[in-house]
Every structure is written in C-alpha cells, then in structure tokens.
Design a protein around this ligand. Structure first.
Ligand SMILES: [Zn+2]
Length: 437
C-alpha cells in the first residue's frame, strides 16, 4: 500500500478545490466567531462573500507581528489567538523566538490529533512503515515539530526512539545499540552526526539507517545527495512551521514535495505584490491556511517561505499540487552589491562540487561604500597545504558563476567553525539594517 489515505491522496483536482473552498469557508466563520484576532481582522467580510478560491485573495494575510500583539490579551498566554475555551487546551508549544517574542501555540486534544494525522501523510509518503525503528536525535522541549514527528511515527506504526538528553556521540552509540533504521533530523545535524561518527572510526553507512526525513532548513539537492551517500540511505525533505504545521513533503519519487491537500490551502504568490499565484517553475511566497485546526485558527498565514511552484501530479499517483523546491526565507534573500543573493546557492555549490569543505559561513560587511562578501570555508582534515590554494581559487570561480558575486575566500582549519544541532546560522549580514540571526 503506497498511500496513507488512498481516497484523499488521489482526488481529482476539482474535488480538492471544492473541498478546500468549503473547508476554508467553514474555518473563516469559525475563526471570526471564536478568535479575537479574526473577530477584528475579518470584520466587514462575510462567509457568503467567499464564493470561489479567487475570492479568498481578497482576505488579508495573517502576519506574525499581529499575532504577537493579539496574544498579549487574556486569556494568558494565548490571548486572541485562541479558538477554543482555555480549559479545553491540552498542550502548550511555542515558536523558537529567534526573530522576536515567541508565539504560544494552544492545541486541544482534537486539534492536536489533526496535526498528527496530517504529519502521518509526510511520514508515510517518505516510506516510513511499521518495520522502521526511528531515532529522533533531539530533546523535544516546547518545540512542536519533534512532538508531531513522535506521535505521527507511532500512529503510522513505526517504533519511535526518543534521543534527547544525549550528546552526539551518545546518540551514535544508541543508534548502533538498538539498531535504528530510520532517523529524522535537520540536514545540518545529519551531516554533523556523520562527521562525528567518522571521527569515532565509524562509517555512517554502517549505522544501518535506511530512511531519513529532514526539515528545519532549506535543503539543496546536493545536500540531500550527500546525506544519501554518507548514510547509503533514502533522504526525504518536507516543509512546515510551528504556526501552520508541516504542509508539504517529498514522496518516494523524490521530485519535489506534495502539498498535503485537503488539510491545507496553500497559495504560492508572487513576491513583489503578494497577489497573483505564480506559474509552475516560478518562485513565490507560500501563504498557508490549515483547514481543520480549530484551537489555533490561522487564515492565510504568510509563512515568508520562498518556494518554487511545482507540477501537478506525480509518478507516485498522488494528485495533489506540488512545490518543486524550497528556496529559503524571504528574510534570507538579500541584496549584495545590487545583486539578489540567497545563501542556499552557496550551500548547493559547496555540497555538490567541494567534498573537501566540511563547514562554511558567509559574512556580508560594508567596507566604505562597498559590500564585501566573505566565505569562510573549513577544510576537511584530509586537505593538504598545497591543495588549499587550489580549492580557494576553484571556490572563487564557482561562486562567481553561481551568484554573480566576487567572494573573498578564507580557508579555516578543521574543526574551527561552529557546528549546529538544529537550524544552522551560516549567514551573517553585518551591514547596518542587516538581520544577523
Ligand atoms: Zn509523488
């Protein structure tokens, strides 16, 4: 059986559109009635005004900033974001707060089950089955994705091993000890575990991981391939967030990601005006409405995720809309010397052409009137002094071709750059007004 839900995953396009429109209308009225945020925000618009998916475009987006403002009121700590009586809330989670005050996420038991069910689609699509013993190498804390991954694994029938409260070496030993054959991690941490295993004299491929599900940061195809080579396993990507939930995932065809329809209405809008749906192959901003979660309703949430719109339909038989690739966050795209620059392009070049580079960091500074962009590349221990100069020259050339920018390249000794367990912070914009998160 290839589908988690054969009926929902193979509906004709018109059926998805019809169901999503009707769910959207229902969520619209529900939100207006039950949440303080939407009582104010949707004033003057009625459910009867939404007759087609096009009409939805007239409804304002929900931005993180206003969510912060609305959660300041009673009932503490969710305020106007809450869509259910507070005594019905059964779990507290929150965003990481790296870009400001965290958003607190209330889930009732029912809404939590909705999240878990939609996550089951992500896992099943990536080939996770009851035969898998899945290692989750993190302490979960208050962060929602780990808990979703945990409970969805159970629901799919996998055997889930929580891997918190251990350091990376301890986790590698645990994977060996219990013979885990599945893992869920950020791409960065997957690479780090492999590097650490090698330093312990263990070939990552010998760990026996068959399937790896990644998320948390945009994963260039070259990084995915590198992980597949290191572990000799299948690696899948998915995208989501604390507020909207995970809304698209890669199937076994590994050719883009399926939007989890009809759980979510996903619009991919042109990034200048945020009005028009982009065409296949174009970059747009993902605007997501979860269509069945009532305790924490969200209407047209601006994820600020930049994605390339994909084709409709796939060799796996699923009929949902697809995205081709995740490009990054709208915040990650910067102008450097007048050129639009995405850090992901650099990662793609490094992972594809430069096996000798273990870690990297990109720094943009202003010197006088000029933007200077520097790549600090950490050589792997096998690199000889004479080949370092060659690598530097090749790096400068490849990066120039890929980004249209001249990089200042510095080679750093093995082990000198920071390692990350969750989301990597490899891009530093030191210019005035540049966000350095
Ligand atoms: Zn597919």
């Amino acid at each position: 059986m290839n589908f988690w839900n054969p009926y929902l995953e193979t509906l004709p396009r018109e059926a998805y559109d019809q169901i999503e429109l009707s769910y959207f209308r229902r969520m619209f009225s529900f939100s207006k009635e039950h949440s303080g945020l939407y009582r104010d925000k949707l004033k003057g618009i009625e459910e009867k005004d939404i007759r087609s998916l096009d009409d939805i475009k007239k409804i304002p987006f929900t931005e993180k900033e206003e969510m912060r403002k609305y959660q300041e009121v009673e009932p503490f700590p969710y305020g106007g974001l809450l869509g259910a009586p507070i005594e019905k809330v059964t779990s507290f989670r929150q965003t990481s707060g790296t870009t400001g005050k965290p958003i607190y996420v209330p889930e009732t038991y029912e809404s939590w089950q909705w999240r878990v069910e939609s996550w089951c689609h992500i896992l099943y699509m990536a080939g996770f089955r009851p035969r898998h013993r899945v290692f989750l190498p993190f302490g979960y804390n208050v962060y929602v994705a780990f808990w979703e991954a945990h409970f969805a694994s159970e629901k799919v029938g996998c055997e889930l091993v929580p891997g918190g409260a251990l350091d990376t070496k301890g986790r590698i030993h645990k994977i060996q000890e219990i013979r885990a054959n599945g893992m869920m991690n950020t791409p960065t941490y997957g690479l780090h575990i492999a590097e650490e295993a090698k330093s312990m004299g263990i070939d990552p491929a010998s760990l026996g991981i068959e399937r790896m599900l990644c998320a948390g940061e945009p994963m260039p195809p070259a990084t995915r391939k590198r992980l597949e080579e290191l572990y000799q396993c299948h690696v899948f990507d998915h995208i989501g967030g604390t507020e909207p939930c995970a809304w698209a995932g890669m199937c076994e065809a590994k050719d883009g990601m399926h939007i989890i329809e009809p759980f979510f209405l996903v619009e991919i809008l042109d990034r200048e005006t945020l009005q028009k749906e982009v065409d296949e192959g174009e970059i747009g901003v993902a605007v997501v409405t979860p269509l069945g979660r009532r305790s924490f309703p969200l209407i047209r949430f601006n994820t600020k995720d930049l994605v390339i719109k994909g084709k409709n339909g796939c060799s796996c038989g699923r009929t949902s809309k697809m995205i081709k690739e995740v490009v990054g966050r709208t915040d990650d795209l910067r102008k450097v010397r007048g050129v639009l620059f995405s850090p992901k392009t650099v990662e793609e070049v490094l992972r594809k052409e430069f096996q000798e580079v273990e870690e990297f960091e990109i720094i943009v500074e202003r010197r006088g009137l000029m933007d200077v962009i520097t790549l600090r590349a950490e050589a792997n221990p096998g690199l000889t002094v004479s080949s370092i100069e060659q690598t530097k020259a090749r790096l400068r050339e490849s990066l120039k071709v890929a980004t249209n920018l001249s990089f200042n390249v510095i080679m750093e000794p093995p082990g000198s750059l920071p390692r990350y367990t969750l989301k990597a912070k490899r891009f530093k914009d030191m210019r005035e007004g540049g966000k350095n998160e």
